[in-house]
Design a protein around this ligand. Structure first.
Ligand code: AVJ
Length: 323
């Protein structure tokens, strides 16, 4: 059975955020709005691009260390609930789910995602591929979902947060988020966190700047969404996708840059937005980490790093945190 979260109207929130972001200076829009049906499918394409190394690295780590990870999650063969925040298509998680099922580990799987569309697809594919697995999907944002994750008569919890999704948060927001995770965790509950690491800056820029323009389309999808859902008249060709990476802070930032002076109307918001030539809309951050920063984030949130797994190039790491 599908559990549904009672949320403050998603559409109303979208309208408020768009109005706020496009009337602020400098302008900004949140990357959480990339993910409608089109955005989900563009992100799937990104994960298959040769330049987007993150997915392959995490896939390798999980494949290589699935036994060690299983032993950690099912300590003393105790039953546990595997909760995944931002489950997506579950491609990487399925490595673990399959291995854990084969090993007869006693667990239930609770994927949480903002996209109902993605959850439905995931549930369908799991029913086919792993029919014995108990799946309890939940739709909502991480924050909403976290508030509602119940403590089922003390069953151990293992929370997955893969794909360097934490990288969309500024450190302050990440700490706030990790604190709310920590509040849920007791005893030997675990938090399994995927983090993209600092590396050659060119490798990072290439991952967010593919020549085929898939990332560009993904970034611009937020404008397409404003057009479709809020009656906007953005001409996507009048904007440039621009990526920068600061190797000191480890922050990659995405922008949409207005190629000329232009005015856009958003009918549903009764709003006119003017752009100067080369004015920016900041849309996303993709933070890159190192051990010291992850240790610091964990400590700021009342947790500690107790284990880590990396790939052969040390491009990416999965950290295990406990309270
Ligand atoms: C899904 C947030 C991890 O920041 O790397 C991919 C999204 N943006 N290409 C990332 C994304 C541009 C991705 N995360």
């Amino acid at each position: 059975m599908q559990e549904t979260i009672v949320h403050t109207n998603i559409q109303a929130q979208f309208e408020r955020d768009v109005r706020q972001g496009l009337t602020d200076f400098p302008k900004h829009l949140s990357s959480k709005y990339f993910y409608d049906k089109k955005g989900d499918s563009l992100f799937k394409k990104i994960m298959h691009m040769p330049e987007y190394y993150l997915t392959d690295c995490e896939f390798d780590i999980l494949s290589r260390y699935k036994s060690e990870i299983g032993a950690l999650f099912a300590s003393d063969k105790q039953a546990f609930k595997l909760i995944e925040l931002g489950a997506g298509d579950g491609k990487k998680t399925k490595i673990l789910l399959k291995h854990f099922t084969e090993q007869g580990l006693p667990f239930k799987y609770q994927p949480i995602d903002i996209s109902q569309n993605i959850l439905n697809e995931l549930e369908k594919s799991l029913a086919k591929e792993l029919p014995k697995l108990k799946v309890v999907p939940k739709q909502g944002t991480y924050f909403e979902a976290l508030k509602e994750i119940s403590d089922e008569n003390g069953t151990r919890k293992v929370i997955l947060f893969l794909g360097s999704n934490i990288g969309n948060l500024l450190h302050d927001q990440a700490i706030e988020f990790l604190k709310s995770v920590n509040e849920l965790m007791k005893g030997d509950d675990l938090f399994f966190l995927g983090c993209d690491l600092k590396k050659n800056p060119q490798t990072i820029l290439d991952a967010y700047n593919d020549p085929a323009g898939i990332t560009e389309a993904f970034n611009k999808n937020i404008l397409a969404r404003i057009n479709a859902e809020l009656g906007g008249n953005f001409d996507l060709d009048n904007f440039l996708h621009w990526e920068v990476y600061d190797p000191e802070s480890g922050t990659a930032k995405s922008f949409l840059v207005s190629k000329k002076a232009q005015t856009v109307t958003i009918a549903k918001l009764d709003l006119e937005v003017s752009f100067s030539p080369w004015e920016t809309i900041h849309t996303e951050i993709s933070q890159k980490y190192d051990d010291a920063t992850v240790k610091w984030l964990a400590e700021q949130s009342g947790m500690e790093v107790c284990e880590e797994f990396t790939d052969k190039n040390s491009f990416y790491k999965n950290y295990v945190l406990r309270t």
